[in-house]
Structure formats: structure tokens, C-alpha cells
Design a protein around this ligand. Structure first.
Ligand SMILES: [Zn+2]
Length: 1095
């Protein structure tokens, strides 16, 4: 029961370290997924109506450990099928309030023209010389596309047969014409024409023929020979020996660099322009070693958008492609960073250091700057002037995760108590004391590092300076020596000048027909009986201070009195939902231990009370209003857990109608699909924020529920949305319970306000995340947990100084789960540069992508999706063109030169462009898109990284006794070998792909069946078997799940099976069925865009 593991070593600060003990709270069961409870939900083990399409079960499979029948996800009733898994994973809110969209300029509270004080040591480049212009150079001569007119958005995307009902829309997936027509054999990929110049090192001059290519339309492209080897360390030159090709395709005839493919010479293929791909003009040119025909590479190349409507376009010509091994590989970059940076701790003492990648395991030592676990920036060296910044077009943004969970060997922020005087701050800009403040006049005053104001040091804070001007107690005080720490807040920081009461959790359970029928209510009530013992608690507290309350509802609300003195709970019904009130005060919010018997009795009775309900209609807004009223009456902040099943169509405030319309996709009205249906939800959210009432919404829809509208309140209150489409206890209980346990236990900051201060010259201008803003500077968070990030964009308002650099200070004022008011401070110092090359050397592409995805996903609220995609492409091209023009060594225009730090920008950006929000496939529902859109808005950098570029792990390649995670391979069908088994995960989805020629012994060891054909497609639980391979795979699955904030349900996919279509959606280097470009094609396109900008 002790929750406090990992008390950090005694700090040098003479005070015990406590504070965020909850973060290391031992989990209540199933967090890792390996200890799923085996509670026998007896009554729910039977088949459920509408579930008859379960594929035949594999024979003689051992019983699954969780008690849930291993069933295919291909449910009949619920068209979501396996794809439903996608939308269900995880959600997190995003900003959609108009407030965030329009920021007032000039809101800086301290517009002092004073020059910043330089108190920084000389700028250091911590990791040695930046990579010598390790540019990806490739020659892209024959790249014309000019003759190809960019078409309007493909009409075929509209042609999925607009569903007349949602059920049919989603249900059409497995048999839809689109998927049905998918060429299984990848026969006859369409040619992409054009020659294949080679990769070049930047140091070499471009081949003379680079510029001499003629447009393919008018003549045959000439193929330049490869002109140079890759630079050492460039990381993407050597063909990977461990990345076998898909079985059904012949091994690629990768030619060594320098080889000329004569076979590719000749007239261009006759077909290329008529059908245009999804993105603008089709690329023809290419680079990299030419390879022989690769019928299996990706999917047919051109005419992506028309793919659905014209399946199997006969394209007789052999494809001529870049060698995928010759273009920058995410896998290689990740591996290199792990090898180079994973061994040494990352020490934060030096300004402007670029941290290791999020995919690298490393230890952080706080020596004055916030850990990258709290703050990551798009660049750690920012241009001194706005002109430079505009030229480069590199967004200046920080992704901030103020309550990030830390690994056990890193200390939580220390708590500083300055007593009644409260935290020491600058008088002018109100920045908090931090290591960058400069003490002067023998220690009697300090100059603010943010606004330069000179402040008196209060007598009780006075300390002498040493010969370097540093306070002699600097290392005894966290706020003078660390990047992150906390202050105890005084009553001045509290609402109404009153210390807050401990927060409350209110569980609000939909008991309409669907919730009862699926077994949800029984499952939930049973779980809560034990889960309530694991509410978050502070420090060494014996029990949680959080009080709990219970409401059930359909079209009316039922409140429960669970006062400890009662023998039985009492129910009070409120049917006047138009004007919600809470019918009882005393006995509604109670201490769990005191009222345990009554609560248990209530949770036992709820499923029985509503067992025979016929009520199918629900309300939504009144439920949340009831929660707000209850918290108001109790004068506390808190969190509402809503378990909701359907579109709220009952007569009540916030009543919704089904307005889903897939015909709007690719029209100017598509944005309405992402906007809330009525303003009532924003109004409600505002009330929630004012009360410090955070909403976590668990959705269990069987059809369209208008996620775009229902999620407005969670998203504006810092809450979470979870979606379990077509919920069935048998299939989904493990996932739901795992998410619920993790959610209920996680530490939450309540009633919070976050402010980001900056040193003179830049200021925060835009914010992305799950929060509310009523002015231009204060990020209001009714709740904030350790999984949520706030992304902040900065703009120049003055010139920066190379010597003093730029400073950020994020201050989060919040109420802890025990009701203590605190301030958490994170500081970060960045370098400033007058040379663009310094900017490009200190960028972090993963963070850039995080920002760009959030920017785009917010953009779809107001702009046509195509316009949003075009904006991203243009910005990316401008970034790379600026580098090419200003930083790269002179070379032929036919070369594509990428900055080392951004060489993955094209591949990652392409993944964003073809994601479901920006380019949906036929199987993606409107709710899925709204769900993912909000989810991404609060994601941290690690989450967006794997979400947009999934991890693909071969399971049978490495020795079975190897205990390390197998090295990943690139997310392309070409990397799959039919003799192997792979795991693919993106943080929301988890697939086990089984090749058709996998050895029988392996099949037996993993699935306990004798042949490939007997494996059940869509299986979600592997049998637990006593052999090394089975244990290893189970262990790996558990480990992957433990790394993610939400439970990933497993789906077994067999090669050539129907479900494989779903799996291929995640092979993001390939062309997608919805028209998304392959990596190779996109890189070519990007090169053309860059050339246009440079010419
Ligand atoms: Zn100041």
C-alpha cells in the first residue's frame, strides 16, 4: 500500500524530498498489461448479439489469460472493425476555442527596451562540432512535372459511397469497394518514370548532366550515374542487411553506389501525368541508386487519388525507383542517436544543448535547465532577428509537459518554502527566482534576467556573494541551481484568498439501454469497488484526500447519498434537466474509507437497478452541469469521470443531432465536421474552468456520437477522451480497465494556471493543447496530468543578443491532489545566433513535427484540409530551401541537400500529411478523425514521433535468447519478410503481422496451432505458452504497452488476409490507399518545391 517508492537521495538542499511521490506510485494491478485481472464477469462471457462474425477460432488454443475470449475484432455490428481500434486508442483534447486562434499582438507585460543582462557563460556547443554539413545530397535532375497540371482534390475520395447511416459507413470497411479492389499481389505497379541520379556527397560537385534533363513528357530522361559515396556517418547509405524484403517480391537488386543502371535508360514510360497523385504535381525524377523493378515496393505509384476508383490500372512499365536505402532512414537516425547519446547522462548545465532524441533512453541531470522531459524546443539556437527567423521559416516553439513523469532514478522537483513572504519574484515582470537571476551590489539586489529590472533582495533572503559574483548558498537552494523546482504558494495565490479544499472525483455513469446491454455498467461498478482504494495521494499520506461521489443517468439524473452513517445508499432523481441542481449536499461527496460499506452496496446495486431498462436516450450537458454544481457546493476543484454511450438526443440543453456527412470531405465545408455543433459546450467548458472542474470522458459508441462536440468540454478543461467503439466486455475489458486504472490513479494538478515568460526580444504568441484561455497569456487548466503537453510558439518582438541568449520560464500554479497550492517552475536557456547555419545545426525535427502537426490539426477547424496540407508542404520547402541557399556548399541545383538535423523532416512531414485527419481513408469515420485530432493536440514529442511513424519490430530475426528489443525496420511493406513475424505499434494500435511462410515451429510456439492457416485472423490475445519464443513475445508486448500512456489492444494480422489492409495503413513509407504519397515520391516532390523556390 505504500505508494512512495523512489525517494530521491537526500538532496543538497537540507530538506526532505517528497512532493511528487504520487508519480512513482505503485500501480494498482494491470498497468503493464501483464497482470490483467481475471475477474470472472460470468454473465458476460457468452456471445453477444451482433458478434456472430467472429472468425473461426484457432483450434486447440490455450485459454487466454485474461478471461476474454480471443475474438476477432471484425465485428459485424460495428463497422469499425479492427479499425475501430484506431479511433479508440487515446484521445486528447486540443484547442478549438476561438480564443486560442486569435492572439492579440503586443501583449507582453513588460515591454522594457532595456537590454537583457548577460549573465551567461560563454556559449558552448556541448556536443562537439556540429555534424559537418552532413547533407543529404542527391541529384534530382529529371524532375519535371511541370507539364502535369495539379488536379483538384481527387474526386475518388468522395466516392466511397456516402453512407446513409453511420453504421453502414463504418461497417463498409471490410468489403468496401476500395479495399476489395486493392490489388493483393501488387501487380504491375505504375511506373513513375524518370531516371535515377545518384546520391552525392555535398563536397562533390554535381554531375554535369544534372541540369540537362528534359521533361519526361517531351523526351526520355537521362540517367546520371551515381557520383559519389555516402558520407560516413550519414547513416542511410548502406543497405540494411537485416531488412529483408517482402516475400512476394524478388529481392531488390540494390546496386552499390556508383553503379549505373543502364536498364533504366530509354524513353520515359508513356504514362505519368494524366492521373495525378494526391499531392500536387507528380514527381518523376529521383535519386539514389537505381534498382531493378520492384513490383512489391509500396503500391502502384501514380494516380494515387484515382486508385480507389480505378483499381488495377494497367501500367505495363516496370517501375524505376530510388533506392529506399539511399534516402534518409528514420531507423538509422534513431539507432545512431541511441548509440551516440544513450550512454552518457544528459547534463543540463550548458545553455542551448540539443538533447538526445525522444527515442533514446538517457538519464538527465538537472544542473540549471529544465530536463527535456519537461521542455523540448524546435531549436536550441534561435535567430537573433525576426528577419532571420522569417527567412528560415523554422517555427520557434517549445513543447512543455509541466508534470512529466520521471524515471525512478531521476528526482522529482524539490519543494521550496519561502514562508509567509511567498516565492521571490521580479517586481516588474513577476518572473520567479531562478538560476539566471544576477545578484549584484554584494548580494543586496538582483537584476531580473527576463526584464532587466533591478530588485531589492529581502533581508531574510540575503546572502553574500563569492568572488565570482555567485551567492555562496547557490547550491543549497534549488531555485538558484536547478532548472526545475516547486514553491509552496501562499494564500495570495489562492482563489478568494482562501486555501483550497481537497479535490473531489465524481463518477457519472450512463445507465441507458446500451450501457447495460454491453455489460459496461456491471464491469465498471465491479472495478470501482477496488479501484477507489488507489486514488492519488500526496507524499506519505495514509489515504487519499480526494472525496468521491456518484451519479447515474439516462435522460434523467440519479444522485446518491452514500453518507457513512447510512445503512443503504439513497437515490434521488432529478428529472428537470433544463435547470440542473444537486438535490443533496451532505452525503454526496464522501471519504472512501469512511463510507466504504455504503459505496460497495451502491456499486452492487446499480447494475441490478437498471438491468431491465428500456431507456435508450441520454443527456450530456446537464450531467456535467450537475458535477459543476456539486463541486461549487463543496467549494472544491475536481474531476468528473463520464462514462457515456450515445449521441445525447434527449430533450435537454446541449441536445445534439446526427450531422455526420462524409460528402463534406474534401469540400470547403469539411471543417464543420471538426467544429462543435452548438456553442453550448464551450459555454459549459468555461463554467467548468471557473470551478476547476476537469472532465475525463470515456465513450462507448455503437455509432456516430459527434466526438467533435462531446470532446469540447474535456479538451477545454485539460481532460482526456477515450473511445471504445462497439464496446464488448469480452473484447475490450482489458483495454478499458487498464486505461481506467491508469487514469484514476494518475496524479492531477487541479485548478491550474500556466504562464510562460521570456527574456526581452521574444514572447509567447500561440498555444496548443487541452486548456482554456480567456486572455492572451494565461493558460487555464481545470486539470493537468503528467501525460499532457502545452505547445507554445514564440515570435520576436525585438533583437536578441548572442551573448545573453534567450530565456524561458514556465510557471504552473496549481492545487495538488491533497489540496496544497503550489507553483512548479521550469527554466530553460537557449542560444541565439546571427548565422542561419547555427539555427539549422541545433534543430530538433521530432519537436518540429510535433508543432507542425498541432498547427495543421488546429487549422482544419477553419480551413479546407487541402489548404492546410499545402501550407505544410510550402513551409517545409521554405525551411529546406533557406538552408540550401544560405548554409549548404555550392552545388548543382539538381541536388537535394538536407540539413543533418532535419534530414527526416520530409519523411515525417509526409506522415502528417497523409494522416487520417488530413487525408482520410474510406474506413476512417468522422468520429475517428475528430478523436485523433484532439488526441494529437496534447501529445508529447515521443508520442507524435511514434504515432506518425510507427515502430515495426521483427520478432524472429534476433536470437531468441536476446533480451533487448529487436532493432526496428522501416515502415514499408518492402521490409516485411514472409518468413517472419513483426510487431507494429504507434502508441494507439498494436499489430502482430504473421508472414505466410513462417516456420511451422514458430507458429506452434506462438499460437499453439499447427499451421499458418489455422491462426485466427484478428486474434487479440495470444495464448500463454511455456516456451521461450512465446514468453519473449509476450514480454515484448507488455514492454511496449508499458511505454505508452494508453493500453494498446493487440490485433493479429495474417499476410494476405483481409485485415492486412488495415495493417498496411501504418506502413507509412508506402503510398497509402487514401492517396498519400510514398516517402520516395514525397521526397522528390519536396525537391521540386525547393528548386522552384531557389530559381
Ligand atoms: Zn523581471
Amino acid at each position: 500500500m505504500n505508494v512512495n517508492q523512489s525517494i530521491p537521495p537526500v538532496p543538497p538542499f537540507g530538506q526532505p524530498q517528497p512532493v511528487y511521490p504520487g508519480y512513482h506510485q505503485s500501480s494498482y494491478s494491470g498497468q503493464s498489461g501483464s497482470t490483467a485481472p481475471t475477474i470472472p464477469y460470468g454473465a458476460y462471457n457468452g456471445p453477444v448479439p451482433g458478434y456472430q462474425q467472429t472468425p473461426p477460432q484457432g483450434i486447440s488454443r490455450a485459454p487466454p489469460s485474461s478471461g476474454a475470449p480471443p475474438a476477432s475484432t471484425a465485428q459485424a455490428a460495428c463497422g469499425q472493425v479492427a479499425y475501430g481500434q484506431f479511433g479508440q486508442g487515446d484521445v486528447q483534447n486540443g484547442p478549438s476555442s476561438a480564443v486560442q486562434m486569435q492572439r492579440l499582438p503586443g501583449s507582453q507585460p513588460f515591454g522594457s527596451p532595456l537590454a537583457p543582462v548577460g549573465n551567461q557563460p560563454a556559449v558552448l556547443q556541448p556536443y562537439g562540432p556540429p555534424p559537418t554539413s552532413a547533407q543529404v545530397t542527391a541529384q534530382l535532375a529529371g524532375m519535371q512535372i511541370s507539364s502535369a497540371v495539379a488536379p483538384a482534390p481527387p474526386s475518388s475520395e468522395l466516392g466511397y459511397g456516402p453512407p446513409t447511416s453511420l453504421a453502414s459507413a463504418s461497417g463498409s470497411f471490410p468489403n468496401s469497394g476500395l479495399y476489395g479492389s486493392y490489388p493483393q499481389g501488387q501487380a504491375s505497379p505504375v511506373s513513375q518514370a524518370q531516371g535515377h541520379p545518384g546520391i552525392q556527397t555535398p563536397q562533390r560537385s554535381a554531375p554535369s548532366q544534372a541540369s540537362s534533363f528534359t521533361p519526361p513528357a517531351s523526351g526520355g530522361p537521362r540517367l546520371p550515374s551515381v557520383t559519389g559515396p555516402l558520407l560516413p556517418g550519414q547513416g542511410f547509405g548502406a543497405p540494411s542487411v537485416s531488412q529483408p524484403n517482402h516475400v512476394s517480391s524478388p529481392p531488390p537488386q540494390a546496386l552499390p553506389p556508383g553503379t549505373q543502371m543502364t536498364g533504366l535508360l530509354g524513353p520515359p514510360p508513356p504514362m505519368h501525368s494524366p492521373q495525378q497523385p494526391g499531392y500536387q504535381p507528380q514527381q518523376n525524377g529521383s535519386f539514389g541508386s537505381a534498382r531493378g523493378p520492384q513490383p512489391n515496393y509500396g503500391s502502384p505509384y501514380p494516380a494515387a487519388p484515382t486508385f480507389g476508383s480505378q483499381p488495377g490500372l494497367p501500367q505495363p512499365l516496370p517501375p524505376k525507383r530510388l533506392d529506399p536505402d539511399a534516402i534518409p532512414s528514420p531507423i538509422q537516425v534513431i539507432e545512431d542517436d541511441r548509440n551516440n547519446r544513450g550512454t552518457e547522462p544528459f547534463v543540463t548545465g550548458v545553455r542551448g544543448q540539443v538533447p538526445p532524441l525522444v527515442t533514446t533512453n538517457f538519464l538527465v541531470k538537472d544542473q540549471g535547465n529544465a530536463s527535456p522531459r519537461y521542455i523540448r524546443c524546435t531549436s536550441y539556437n534561435i535567430p537573433c532577428t525576426s528577419d532571420m527567423a522569417k527567412q528560415a521559416q523554422v517555427p520557434l516553439a517549445a513543447v512543455i509537459k509541466p508534470l512529466a513523469r520521471l524515471p525512478p532514478d531521476e528526482a522529482s522537483p524539490y519543494v521550496v518554502d519561502h514562508g509567509e513572504s511567498g516565492p521571490l519574484r521580479c517586481n516588474r515582470c513577476k518572473a520567479y527566482m531562478c538560476p539566471f537571476m544576477q545578484f549584484i551590489e554584494g548580494g543586496r539586489r538582483f537584476q531580473c534576467c527576463f526584464c532587466s529590472c533591478i530588485n531589492d533582495v529581502p533581508p531574510q533572503y540575503f546572502q553574500h556573494l563569492d568572488h565570482t559574483g555567485k551567492r555562496v548558498d547557490a547550491y543549497d537552494r534549488p531555485e538558484l541551481s536547478l532548472g526545475s523546482y516547486e514553491f509552496l504558494a501562499t494564500v495570495d495565490y489562492c482563489k478568494n484568498n482562501k486555501f483550497p479544499s481537497p479535490p473531489a472525483f465524481i463518477f457519472m455513469i450512463d445507465v441507458s439501454y446500451n450501457a447495460i446491454r454491453t455489460g459496461l455498467v456491471r464491469l465498471l461498478c465491479e472495478e470501482l469497488k477496488s479501484l477507489l482504494d488507489f486514488l492519488p495521494r500526496e507524499g506519505g499520506a495514509e489515504e487519499s484526500a480526494i472525496r468521491v461521489g456518484f451519479v447515474t443517468y439516462n435522460k434523467v439524473l440519479h444522485f446518491y447519498n452514500v453518507k457513512s452513517s447510512l445503512a443503504q445508499p439513497q437515490m434521488m432523481v432529478v428529472s428537470d434537466v433544463a435547470d440542473m441542481f444537486v438535490p443533496l449536499l451532505d452525503g454526496f461527496l464522501v471519504n472512501v474509507n469512511e463510507s466504504r460499506a455504503v459505496i460497495t452496496s451502491l456499486l452492487d446495486q446499480i447494475p441490478e437497478m437498471f438491468a431491465d431498462t428500456r431507456e435508450t436516450e441520454t443527456v450530456f450537458v446537464p450531467v456535467i452541469q450537475a458535477g459543476i454544481e456539486a463541486l461549487k457546493a463543496a467549494e472544491c476543484a475536481g474531476k468528473l469521470f463520464l462514462f457515456h454511450t450515445s449521441l445525447p438526443i434527449a430533450e435537454a440543453p446541449g441536445k445534439l443531432k446526427n450531422r455526420d456527412d462524409r460528402k463534406l470531405i474534401n469540400t470547403d465545408k469539411e471543417k464543420t465536421l471538426f467544429q462543435p455543433q452548438t456553442g453550448a459546450y464551450q459555454t459549459l467548458a468555461k463554467e467548468c474552468v471557473a470551478q476547476g472542474c476537469c472532465i475525463d470522458l470515456f465513450l462507448f459508441p455503437n455509432q456516430y456520437v459527434d466526438v467533435a462536440t462531446l470532446s469540447v468540454v474535456p479538451q477545454l478543461t485539460g481532460g482526456s477522451v477515450y473511445k471504445y467503439a462497439c464496446f464488448q466486455v469480452e473484447n475490450d475489458q482489458e483495454r478499458f480497465l487498464s486505461d481506467l486504472r491508469r487514469n484514476v490513479q494518475k496524479v492531477v494538478a487541479f485548478d491550474a494556471v500556466m504562464r510562460v515568460r521570456t527574456s526581452t526580444g521574444i514572447r509567447a504568441v500561440d498555444f496548443f493543447g487541452a486548456f482554456y484561455m480567456s486572455n492572451t497569456t494565461d493558460v487555464e487548466l481545470a486539470g493537468l496530468d503528467g501525460d499532457k503537453t502545452v505547445t507554445v510558439e514564440f515570435k520576436h518582438d525585438d533583437r536578441l543578443n548572442e551573448e545573453s541568449g534567450a530565456l524561458l520560464q514556465c510557471a504552473l500554479l496549481y492545487t495538488s491532489c491533497a489540496g496544497q497550492r503550489r507553483l512548479r517552475i521550469h527554466n530553460l536557456a537557449l542560444n541565439c545566433c546571427t548565422q542561419l547555419a547555427d539555427l539549422y545545426r541545433n534543430c530538433e525535427t521530432d519537436t518540429l513535427i510535433n508543432y507542425m502537426a498541432k498547427f495543421a490539426y488546429r487549422g482544419v477547424l477553419n480551413s479546407p484540409v487541402k489548404a492546410v496540407r499545402d501550407t505544410l508542404i510550402t513551409q517545409c520547402a521554405q525551411i529546406l530551401a533557406c538552408y540550401r541557399k544560405n548554409c549548404a556548399s555550392p552545388s548543382s541545383a539538381g541536388q537535394l541537400i538536407l540539413p543533418e538535423c532535419m534530414k527526416l523532416l520530409p519523411v515525417y512531414l509526409n506522415c502528417v500529411l497523409k494522416s487520417d485527419v488530413l487525408q482520410p481513408g474510406a474506413e476512417v469515420t468522422t468520429d475517428d478523425r475528430a478523436y485523433v485530432r484532439q488526441l494529437v493536440t496534447s501529445m508529447d514529442v515521443a508520442e507524435t514521433n511514434v504515432f506518425f511513424y510507427p515502430r515495426l519490430l521483427p520478432l524472429t530475426k534476433s536470437p531468441i535468447e536476446s533480451t533487448t528489443e529487436p532493432p526496428a525496420v522501416r515502415a514499408s511493406e518492402e521490409r516485411l519478410s514472409n518468413g517472419d513475424i513483426y510487431l507494429l505499434e504507434n502508441g494507439l494500435n498494436l499489430f502482430l503481422w504473421v508472414g505466410a511462410s513462417v516456420q511451422q515451429g514458430v507458429v506452434q510456439s506462438l499460437f499453439s496451432v499447427s499451421s499458418f492457416s489455422q491462426i485466427t485472423s484478428g486474434l487479440s490475445v495470444l495464448p500463454v505458452l511455456d516456451n521461450p519464443l512465446s514468453k519473449k513475445v509476450q514480454g515484448l508486448i507488455d514492454s511496449l504497452r508499458a511505454q505508452r500512456s494508453r493500453y494498446m489492444k493487440l490485433i493479429v494480422v495474417k499476410q494476405e488476409d483481409k485485415l492486412e489492409m488495415l495493417f498496411k495503413h501504418f506502413l507509412v513509407e508506402d503510398k497509402s490507399l487514401s492517396g498519400g504519397a510514398s516517402y520516395v515520391d514525397f521526397l522528390c516532390h519536396m525537391h521540386k518545391e525547393i528548386r522552384q523556390l531557389l530559381s
